[in-house]
Write a protein that binds this ligand. Structure first.
Ligand SMILES: *Cc1c(COP(=O)(O)O)cnc(C)c1O
Length: 367
């Protein structure tokens, strides 16, 4: 690098950018100073979280506790569950699809057109046959299109990727309904839930949406830096132990219990996630969900009162509205797609931030 970085100045710039951002799903209601001492340790959770390693500088015991708590919330079977702390939703999605492919090498993957780009990348990496299903206007899978497509391919196992909160509109696919359809066709199947956005929101919603293992999921991926919040990307993948055992066996010839995607794995993020989950507790998580819902309801109502055609999915933290000016998109870091933008009322996004946004967008409308 030819220029020296001015860390003080960079910190200030980032501090302000962090405070101003309301368009991406990153919770920011934390102060990580308490966890900073661990940055001086050469942590590495290499290998399976359940097996010991000669390398002792790890946080695997804490990692197992993070997985246990999350597995409880997503109602994974107590006698058939396995999981690990990933690098984020993308790795969890890769893992779920990898397990599905090992189970059904001739399976066809189905996912809606509103699905996150990590899924098309992952099916490409894994060289899996896939078919895209139409979405409804709200971003949810078009179940009639799914039914017709499944009917044509009913001789092959179906691998469904269901969205539990799409990236753009936070739509949730109904896996109970999808499961019923697959049973009706008597098809062999596997359901992976991409719950990167809502995996730690959905368990606390009323009514609880059909999204988890008891509803029919075989694996589920969550991002930790989204609703929970983290200064570095992380996540959790939960799957069924007996499916994971298949891949452990299939590589037994290299004499390893290498069950994870990467070899060396982050030992800090499991500590971080545990610290967040434990200090917030179930009540804290529930309270943050309700605050976000209240903020989203307020924002929707306020925008509509100003004549803006805003809308949101039921129980979503995401509020959709026609894309504003480039200046406003830049100032508030608004994700924009097909002429629509959104604000996501994540923990750490306060009313005053939303009010500043409303003022900016209504001034633009009047100008
Ligand atoms: C964010 C997101 C992902 C990707 O997760 P990363 O943690 O960024 O890898 C996948 N799917 C959905 C629906 C997401 O919102």
């Amino acid at each position: 690098m030819s220029e020296t970085v001015d860390f003080q100045q960079l910190y200030e710039e980032l501090f302000h950018a962090n405070a101003a951002s309301i368009g991406y799903p990153c919770a920011k209601d934390y102060d990580g100073a308490e966890m900073a001492p661990f940055l001086n340790i050469a942590l590495n959770n290499v290998g399976d979280p359940r097996t010991a390693s000669t390398y002792k500088v790890d946080s695997r015991a804490v990692e197992r506790e993070v997985v246990r708590r999350v597995a409880d919330w997503v109602r994974a079977p107590e006698d058939d569950r396995w999981g690990y702390v990933t690098n984020g939703g993308t790795e969890g999605n890769l893992y779920g699809l990898y397990l599905a492919r090992e189970l059904y090498p001739d399976g066809v993957v189905y996912f809606s057109e509103d699905t996150h780009y990590s899924i098309s990348k992952n099916v490409h990496l894994l060289n899996m046959r896939h078919i895209m299903i139409r979405s409804q206007a709200n971003g949810e899978m078009d179940y009639e299109d799914l039914r017709e497509t499944l009917r044509i391919h009913r001789d092959r196992p179906a691998i469904i990727v269901a969205n539990i909160g799409t990236t753009m509109t936070e739509a949730k696919d109904d896996i109970g309904r999808i499961k019923g359809m697959l049973r009706g066709f008597a098809m062999r199947h596997y359901i992976h839930c991409d719950a990167a956005l809502c995996g730690l929101i959905a368990p606390f919603l009323e009514p609880r949406p059909p999204f988890d293992f008891e509803d029919g999921a075989d694996s589920l991926a969550i991002s930790g830096h989204k609703f929970l919040g983290s200064p570095m990307p992380c996540g959790v993948v939960v799957a069924k132990q007996r499916n994971v055992d298949r891949i452990a066996r299939s590589i037994a010839y290299i004499d390893s219990l290498d069950t994870t995607i990467t070899g060396s794995r982050n030992g800090f993020t499991p500590l971080w996630m545990y610290w967040r989950l434990h200090s917030l507790g179930e009540e804290g998580l529930r309270r943050r969900v309700n605050t976000g819902l209240d903020n989203a309801a307020w924002l929707l109502e306020t925008l509509q009162a100003h004549g803006i055609e805003a809308w949101r999915n039921p129980n979503a933290l995401t509020v959709m509205f026609p894309a504003p000016s480039k200046a406003i998109i830049d100032r508030f870091q608004l994700a924009t797609h097909n002429g629509w933008s959104h604000v996501i009322c994540m923990p750490g996004v306060e009313r005053e931030h939303l009010q500043a946004f409303v003022t900016a967008i209504t001034e633009q409308e009047e100008a």
